[in-house]
Design a protein around this ligand. Sequence first.
Ligand code: C2E
Ligand code: MG
Ligand code: MG
Length: 640
Amino acid sequence: MAASFGFDWQDARIRAELSRNMHGRPIGLFLNAACCVATASVAIFSSDIAMLRWSCTALVLLAAVRVLLAYGASEIVGPLGRLCRKLYSISALTFAGVIGIAAAISMAASASTHLQVLLVGYAMTQGAAVAVGNAGRPLIAMGQMLLTFVPICAVCFTIGTLPLVVLGLILPSLAAGLAFITFNAFATLSRQVRAASESAELARQMREQARTDPVTNLLNRPGFEAAAQELIDGAAPDRQFALFWLDLRRFKEVNDMLGHHTGDLVLAEVARRLRARQPDGSLCARFGSDEFLLLASLPSQRDMEQLASQLCADLAMPLRIDGLRIEGGASIGIATMGPDAPDLDRLMQHAGLALYHAKVAGRNQACFFNVTMTRNLARRKEIETELRGAIQRDELSIYFQPILDLSTGRIRKFEALVRWFHPTKGELSPAEFIPVAEETGLIITLGNWITRTAARACANWPEEVTLAVNLSPVQISAPGAALGILAALREARLDPSRLELEVTESLFIEDKPETALFIEQLQAVGVHFALDDFGTGYSSLHYINKYPFSTIKVDRSFVSGPNTGKRSEAIIRAVAEMGATLGMEIVAEGLETAEQVDAVRRAGCTLGQGYHFSRAVPEHLALRLLEDERGALKMAKLAS
Ligand code: C2E
Ligand code: MG
Ligand code: MG
């Protein structure tokens, strides 16, 4: 029967919804109770048949109990509500049975004809009413009809008069018709409930999809923002939230070189590692192409530091994707909620700034936000906008610092050092604006301009004096980097062997193929390379062996400053010995006193640079230094 009406008896969801509908509309029950009280009262007061009066009194009591149970079933949740619903069903059946019995007694005990009509009529209307009103629970409705009609039918056949026999025959067919209506109504109702719940489920799935990143199954940006807001709003005011903003290293390269499929697998693996590490109750999201967010409630700074270092370690582990080993790593910026970051917006701003600093600090670094970062950022932003026009406005110049031969005291080369004389901020240090130029990509234009200008200056110096130009790793990665250098040399008509390019160890942290190609192309035409600031970075002997450096510049922290002493002397000596064996020049940077010059000379350095000899000077003064030197030499020759 159920199948033919197209619904599922077992569908608890539908049953619950229909019964909720029924309990949710108690007005019909009140009316019914009122009718019942009116009918039963008439019987109690107008008849002296004891059984009839008892059954009608029971009806009035049952009507009152049902009203209370209906209230409990719709208003009370939990076990008591469930008990009310169960008792309500039992009372419905009992009530129907007592109505049938009362009507049957009135007929069997020959109550007044009008009272019989009232009770039988009420019983039949009741049967018809439950057929529709209780369609949400068709079995109970059937039970109610049977319990009402069976006693009346039984009395009809017992008395056996023709009208009552006919009534006894009509009642079952009426019940069959009503049953049909009940099941039809139930089928229609359940189809509607199912359709409504399916579309609600679909809407929920679509909402979920709109909030999920399909590659990693983590929350996406809008999903994170909504969920994070919910989490923060719902938390106790003393809960401490920390936001970890992670940026994968070299992901763009993986995507470009190995394809998007591999890129997606890398992201999915990173998401898996993040999920495995995320604290209970925290949120994880993918934000942008290779950035991830983790919002967690952590009680102390120690917990945050511990989580940050665990995440760094997890993500630094190489990934195995499609049989390939891919080097991982991530930078992490961390910020906490507090008086200066009271909302999610500010928290994200702070974590973003901290991430930026973590990236600058190098690979696999985690960095906590502090307020100076906001000030630095404002200054960097100013520098960034002003640097763009600085070349055109002629605010930049190239200065030259001589590098001398420590045995003859003669100038062997000049290092080109860029200077920015800002109209309002005064002289800005390259240590401040070069990193900004690197981040914005401006270093490529700026670097080409520096090489061209410096090469033109060098073309005016004697043949044996060469030029050293600093190159940033960003310049080397740019397409056509070597061509830019060659064009500058051609333009200045400078022999490539008179140019030395200074690179720092940071260039080799990431072993990029472009680096090797750049060095190879320029070395082939005679350009020299120097390893600058040696001793401040990784100081690996691997790339000294791999690349053809003609010069190593020992950083000035080994020569002057608080940390110099026997140990740094020993290091300089070791580097100098290695240089001598490999045929390299060793420059000591930052020589400020005659004693330092003596010391590095004794240690075996061949060249020296520093304020003791000269600061970086403008081009015309560099020429003057060379002329003075030549004049002094002539004088010396004449004197001898
Ligand atoms: P660097 O290449 O190691 O340059 C040497 C720095 O040490 C220069 O600072 C120079 O003025 C300073 N110096 C030289 N002798 C002494 C000394 O005796 N004592 C002290 N205390 N300092 C000394 P500067 O010009 O401020 O440049 C800083 C850094 O900025 C450079 O370090 C270099 O990495 C970068 N830089 C400068 N000019 C350029 C450029 O044209 N292109 C690129 N890519 N970077 C540049
Ligand atoms: Mg340098
Ligand atoms: Mg240096």
